[in-house]
Design a protein around this ligand. Sequence first.
Ligand code: ADP
Ligand code: ZN
Ligand code: MG
Length: 646
Amino acid sequence: MPDPSTTGSDPRPSPPPPEATPPKPWRTEGLPPPPSSKTNKPRWSLFAMAAIGYAVVFAILTVQDRLSAPEVVPYTEFRQQVVGRNVAEVFSRGDSIQGVLKKAVPVPGETGQSYERFTTERPTFASDDLLTELADGGAQVRATPLVQERGILANLLISVAPFLLLIGFYVWMFRRQQSMMGGGILGSAPRKPVDRDTIRVTFDDVAGIDEVEHEINEIVDFLKDPGKYRRLGARAPKGVLLAGAPGTGKTLLARATAGEANVPFFSASASEFIEMIVGVGASRVRELFAEARKVAPAIIFIDEIDTIGRARGGARAFGGHDEREQTLNQILTEMDGFSGQEGVVVLAATNRADVLDPALLRPGRFDRQIVVHAPDQKGRLAILKVHTRKVPLAAGTDLAQLASSTPGMTGADLANLVNEAALLAARLGQDSVTQRNLLDALEKVQLGTARSLVMPEAERKRTAYHEAGHALLGMLMPGADPVRKVSIVPRGRALGVTLSTPDTDRYGYDANYLRGRIVGALGGMAAEQEVFGVITSGAESDLEQVTRVARAMVGRWGMSNRVGPLSVLPTEGDPRMAGISESLLTAVDEEVRRITDECYAEARRLLREHRPQLDAIVRELLARESLDEPEIYAAAGIPRREPAPV
Ligand code: ADP
Ligand code: ZN
Ligand code: MG
C-alpha cells in the first residue's frame, strides 16, 4: 500500500548502519539476583583498600616498635648502673638482659638523649656475681619479659598478608579474563550481564494502542498468578505473535508486559540465534528456554521471528537453510514441550505475519495473534504525551495539532520527532521546547536534513519546475492529499521535495485517489519534459513509486477490468509458483503500462493547460526556496479545499 507521505523526489531515509552482532544471543531484564554473584566479584577498589590497610597497620606497628624499643647499651654501661644501684627491674633469657632503670641516665656516647629501659648482652666470659649485686641494689628480677613480644600468630599474619593479597589479585584477574573471553565455547554462549537495575517499562509507557494492551492483559494476569489458572485447569497461553509495522511498539509492548507482570524478561532477535555453524542456534534456543524455566514465571521475547520462521520454500532465507530450520524446530519443540503450567510465555514479533510458516501458528504454539497498528490521531496524541513527559514544553505548544499533522507516523517516529525537537531546543540554548521546535523537527523528520549545497542556477530552475509540477498536480487532482510543503533545498540525495499528507488518517484507497497519486508522482518528470523537453534521472524514485502503486492496483487490488478481481501478485515470491499463468502476468504488465501511460499523458495535459500557474509557483520557489501550504496555494491561485467531513 502506498504510504501517504511524499511525492516528488522522495527523500529516502538511509538504512541504519549494520549492527554488530552481539556475541551473546539474548538479553535479560528483571532477573532475580543470581546467588553469590557478589562474593566472587571483588572489585579493584577492594584490593586497593586491602593493600592500603595493610601498609598502614604495618607502618604503625613498626613505628610503635621503634618508639617502645629499649635502648641497647654496652654491658659495661649496664654494670655501671648495677654498681650505681640504679637498676629497678631485670629479666634475663640466656645471656640477654632487659631491664628498667630507677631513673633515666644519658645514653653513653650520645648527647642530649637519655634512657630508662634497656637491653644488653652478658658476655659468656663474665664471671661477676650479677644476681647478688642486683639484689644488693634493690633490683627486682622478673620472671616475664618487660617488653611483650608480638605473638607468633601476629607475626605470621604480618608477613603472610602481602602474599594472600597478591594471590587474591591474580585469581580475580584470571576470572575476569575468563569472563571477558566469554567462555568462547560454541553452543554455550554465556548470558548477557543481567541489568537488574534498569527501570522497567510498564503499560504507562505504552500509549495509543489500548485495544492491544487489553488483549495482552490476560497474559499479565496469568503471569502474575499462574496458580489461579492451574487450579481451574485452564490451558495457559503459550505463544503470542505480535504483528505490525516496524516502530509500532511491538518490542516495547513485550517489555511492558513483563514489566507490568513483574516477571523476568528474556529477549533475543531470531537472527541472533543463527550462526553459520549448523546446530548452534538450536542449542542456544534450548539454553534460553532452560534459563527461563528456572526463573518462571517469565517471558521470552523473540524478535523478527520471520527471519527464521518463514514458510519453507519461501523466498530469501536468512543463514543456512538447515540451521534456520533446526533453530525454528527447536523453538517449536520447546514450546510443545512445556506444559504452560510452568508459566513461561513466549512472545514473538514480526512485521511479516503473512510469510510465516503455518507450523508456527498451530494451536499450542503462537496461536494468538495480536496486530499492532500504527496509531490513529488520538493514539498519536497519547504517544506524544508519553514522550514529552520528561521534556519541558513551552507555553503554547499544541501537541494535538502535531498529532493531527502526522498521519501514518508510528510510535517510534513520534518518539524520534520529540527527541529531534528537544535537540534543536538544546542547540538553540532554550530552556524549553516550543511549538516552532516541534514543527522544525517534523520538517526534518519528514523531509530530511537540509544540505548546504550550492546548486548551479540551471539545475535549481529545473528542480523548481520538477517540484512545482508535483505540487500543482497535487492541488489540481480531485481528492488528492493537500500539498503541505514544497522545497528546492537539497536534502539527502534529493534535490527537492514536495510533501503531501492527508487531513485525516486514511485506511483505504480508491482507484481514483490512486490514479491521482500516480499523476502527481509523474508531475515532476512531466513538467521537466513540458518545459525543457528533456527527461532527467531526477525522477527515479518517483517512477519507483508509480510502478509500485500501479502494479498493486492491477495485480492485488483488482482495479483493472482486463485482469479482473484476481490476486495475481503475491506480496512476495514468484507469482508463477502460485500457479499464475504467463499470459495473466503479461496482461498485468500491459495494464500497468496502460495506466501509467494514461496518467503521464494527463499530467502533461494538465501542466500544459495550467502553465501560468506552474510558472508562478516556480517564481515563488526560486525566490523563497521553501513554500508552506498557504503560500503554495496562494502562488498557484487555487483555493485550499476544506477538509472533507469525516
Ligand atoms: P517495533 O518493535 O514495533 O519495531 P519498538 O517497540 O522498538 O517498535 O518501538 C521503538 C520505540 O518507539 C519505543 O522504544 C518507544 O520509544 C517508541 N514507541 C513505539 N510505539 C509506542 C507506543 N505505542 N507508545 C509509546 N512509545 C512508543
Ligand atoms: Zn519528483
Ligand atoms: Mg522491535
